[in-house]
Design a protein around this ligand. Structure first.
Ligand code: ADP
Length: 803
């Protein structure tokens, strides 16, 4: 043993292991293997299979766990369904008491759960004890509160039903809490599948559920691997899937749930930028990097894995960072002075090694401290890549290990460009003592969470989730709770019978076509094709074809038959119209009021058009136009009132939840109420600052195409509303596949809805489809905050204050 003089010279820490005898005893009590938790009981796998769970820091076998089969999943879904009736009918207060009991018991077992988590996952006890488990308790307390309040705060809403929840291995118990607490608060029941590497704390939580007296079947836990997860996703008795994991699996889940009507939230990968400006407090920023990329061995979906450092301070910053890296202690996760624990499993370690080798082969400079790492177990040293090319593998791919890649930039705009040079958009961290600059960059970065002069802060009151290929939906806070609720009108909408076949327009050459006599006195053969509207200009269809638009009896005109090229042109025009999102909400409101006024002044013309197209009565036409005017006013009114929030997260900090527009949206409009439905979709989208490519009803497109003259005279900037006519599903498919389109709304057939959800899996864009159900466009439900919510995504910006 070292004497005092030697200790003072080396400043080495002695071992400070956390006792784990209570966990060892618990594991010994389950020496015959652990079982699923279904209907309040622990049951073996229907197939009899099991798999090993090992401690990655020393490769010892902890226990065996049941391997979930499709039959196990089915049993769990049935149990959850049976429990749903009584659980969802409880008062919010009764449910709150259950959640409160869970929170209390988690808190009571904090030390046990932290040690078990560290043994199962390899994370340092300092993190499981001080971060993961306290946040788990916080999540249950916070949502006990939501259970009390959900009825008043979300009127007209109810639970979705049975929720299938699939979680990863990096924060096993915390992800369980993020999933289960809001689901239960809202009145849902759940079947949760933990990750195969780390199922143990979920099973310990199952025991807590019984101890807390939670009704059997409200929470069910089925252990297993990807196949078990896939069976849960595919189960027809599941109403919602909430998934956290890789973007690849998220994409598969998007495809497999397409058209089923299951609600879906995806929290996927990231390659988050960590931006250091030259006026940053560099020492604080170095500590920030430690928390950003070496927290949990870098196995964090929102890890600040891409350092972007302003050129003037790069050398100084790297020197400080390297010195700090030398002091990081790697080793036994149960040692209280360990900074970096074990990688979760050999296969992950191998993947990290391969990616690091690739980084070196591609020419980046690797630096690792001289710190000793244990000879056995899954350990990888903290690593820093500099001289990284933005297009290299390590700059683009999520390594999911303790590896930071670094690039330099000169100007703030270059920083924003590099920060957004990724297909992901989960988080960002910005370091600058100039708050104006930091907030400006925060607004420009495409990420669901932005930390200013801080990083990796989480709280139950704040939403968390991604932009772009980092997924959609939020977890935590008000936004997260909304994902577990459904509007009663939607829930009880009549189920769909046979899908109506989509109207397929047949192509006609654009010139010299017969026009019906009803068109008036103009000579036959004149091109009366209603033009499309792209970038503020009338546009002829790229293919040169049109199709006949029929009234009740005869042809009343022609519309352009748009193709992929027309959609691409329209998306390009919309993408360029960026000034609309940057305009003040007041300005956007003024433009919408102007549209409403101009539409009102031409009411009789639009009424005549509706009657000619649909054969509706004069009264119905008058009503539809009047409602279209009112709806435009309504969304004009909302333009500067759909506020965000300041979440009550931590002291000395404001967490700003901002509603941001998606950017470019695709809108496929239904056949019913062809003017009103078009307005009902376009107006909320543009009121929130989006630019849209809208496909009007194919059989009745002319009221929508007439609208371009209204837009032209109402100061709607070119490119904000683009109108492409033609076959809805063909055009919607191109929109759903287009990488520049961030969200698609589709109101058409059931088959079309399925197609859109599937096609949108490409870049994981958000979709909102009607599954073929008819919407009562003239009713107040078709004019609601829900449309505004679907037209925006929430960005949470964390700003600490104080010295
Ligand atoms: P990671 O790269 O973080 O391991 P994965 O996406 O592979 O992420 O795993 C996250 C969770 O998804 C785990 O619980 C895993 O078992 C589950 N999973 C893997 N494949 C599928 C699948 N095809 N369908 C459903 N769940 C799956």
């Amino acid at each position: 043993m070292a004497n005092i003089r030697e200790v003072l010279l080396s400043m080495d820490y002695g071992p400070a292991p956390e006792a784990n005898d209570h966990v060892e005893a618990w594991l010994a009590g389950h020496s015959d293997g652990m079982r699923h938790f279904i209907g309040g009981a622990f049951v073996p796998s229907a197939g009899g299979g099991s798999f090993e769970v090992r401690d990655p820091s020393n490769d010892t076998l902890l226990t065996r766990v049941a391997e979930g089969t499709a039959a196990d999943v089915d049993r769990a879904v049935v149990a959850a369904r049976n429990a749903f009736g009584a659980w969802s009918k409880m008062t919010g207060h009764q449910r709150a008491r259950h959640l409160y009991a869970l929170a209390r018991l988690v808190q009571k077992r904090e030390r046990f759960l932290a040690v078990l988590e560290s043994m199962d996952n390899g994370k340092p006890i300092r993190e499981s004890r001080d971060i993961d488990v306290p946040l788990v308790a916080r999540h249950f307390y916070h949502h006990a509160g939501w259970a009390e309040l959900v009825d008043v705060e979300f009127p007209e809403h109810g639970p979705v039903g049975v929720c299938g929840q699939i979680i990863p291995w990096n924060f096993p118990l915390l992800m369980l809490a993020w999933k289960i607490a809001p689901a239960l608060a809202a009145g849902n029941t759940v079947v949760l599948k933990p990750a195969e590497f780390t199922p143990l704390t979920a099973l310990a939580f199952a025991e807590i559920c019984n101890e807390a007296g939670l009704p059997p079947g409200v929470v069910n836990i089925v252990t297993g691997d990807g196949a078990t997860g896939a069976a849960l996703v595919a189960h027809p008795g599941v109403d919602k899937i909430a998934f956290t994991g890789s973007t690849e699996v998220g994409r598969l889940i998007r495809q497999s749930t397409a058209g089923t009507g299951k609600k879906l939230t995806l929290e996927l990968g990231g390659k988050s930028p960590f931006v250091v400006f030259e006026d940053a407090d560099l020492d604080a920023a170095v500590e920030g990097v430690v928390d950003a990329i070496w927290f949990n061995q870098g196995q964090v979906c929102c890890a600040g894995s891409r350092l972007l450092v302003q050129e003037g301070v790069a050398a100084r910053f790297y020197a400080k960072l390297r010195a700090r890296m030398e002091t990081l202690r790697i080793g036994d996760p149960l040692d209280k002075s360990t900074d970096i624990g074990a990688i979760v499993a050999p296969v992950q370690l191998q993947r990290i090694r391969e990616l690091v080798a690739k980084g070196e082969a591609e020419g980046a400079t690797l630096w690792q401290p001289k710190t000793q790492i244990p000879a056995t177990g899954c350990f990888f040293p903290p690593s820093l890549f500099t001289e990284v090319e933005p297009a290299s593998t390590v700059a683009e791919v999520e390594i999911f290990g303790p590896v930071a890649v670094s690039m330099t930039f000169r100007t703030p705009s270059e920083a924003v460009e590099l920060a957004n040079n990724t297909r992901y958009g989960l988080a960002a961290s910005i370091w600058s003592e100039n708050l104006n600059r930091a907030l400006e960059v925060a607004a420009k970065v495409k990420a669901g969470v932005v930390w200013i002069n801080c990083t990796n802060l989480f709280d139950a009151a704040s939403g968390f989730g991604g932009y772009r290929e980092s997924g959609f939906g939020r977890e935590g806070g008000r936004e997260g709770l909304g994902e577990y609720l459904v509007h009663r009108a939607e829930k009880h909408a009549p189920s769909i019978g046979k899908d109506t076949p989509a109207f397929v327009p047949s192509a006609l050459p654009a010139t010299d076509v017969p026009i019906a006599k009803e068109m008036g006195n103009e000579p036959r053969g004149i091109d009366r094709t209603a033009k499309m509207y792209i970038g503020g200009k009338q546009a002829r269809p790229d293919g040169g074809n049109s199709y006949a638009v029929h009234g009740p009896g005869s042809s009343i005109g022609l519309a352009g038959l748009g193709n992929r090229k027309d959609i691409r042109n329209a998306v390009e025009a919309a993408a360029k119209a960026t000034s609309w999102g940057a305009a003040t909400a007041h300005n956007r409101a003024q433009v919408l009021y102007y549209v409403a006024e101009n539409l009102a002044s031409r009411a009789s013309e639009f009424e005549a058009r509706l009657r000619a197209m649909t054969g509706c009565t004069a009264d119905a036409a008058t009503d539809e136009v009047a409602l279209a005017v009112r709806r435009t006013f309504w969304y004009a009114a909302w333009a500067d009132k759909f506020d965000g929030a300041v979440h009550a997260t931590r002291t000395s900090n404001v967490t700003l939840a901002m509603h941001e527009p998606w950017g470019v949206m695709g809108l496929a409009c239904p056949d019913e109420a062809p003017l009103l439905a078009f307005v009902s979709l376009v107006m909320p989208a543009i009121a929130m600052g989006n630019r849209v490519v809208a496909i009007p009803s194919p059989p009745h497109p002319l009221a929508a195409t007439d609208l371009y003259t209204v837009f032209d005279t109402s100061d709607v900037p070119g490119g904000v509303v683009n109108i492409v006519t033609g076959e809805r599903d063909v055009l919607a498919k191109t929109l759903a596949e287009h990488d520049e389109v961030a969200a698609v709304w589709y109101f058409g057939s059931r088959a079309g809805s399925t197609m859109v959800e599937k096609a949108a899996a490409g870049n994981l864009k958000s979709t909102w489809v009607n599954h073929g159900r008819a919407i009562a466009w003239s009713e107040t439900g078709a004019q609601s905050r829900g449309f505004l919510r679907h037209a925006t995504q929430v960005k949470n910006i964390w700003v600490p204050y104080g010295e």
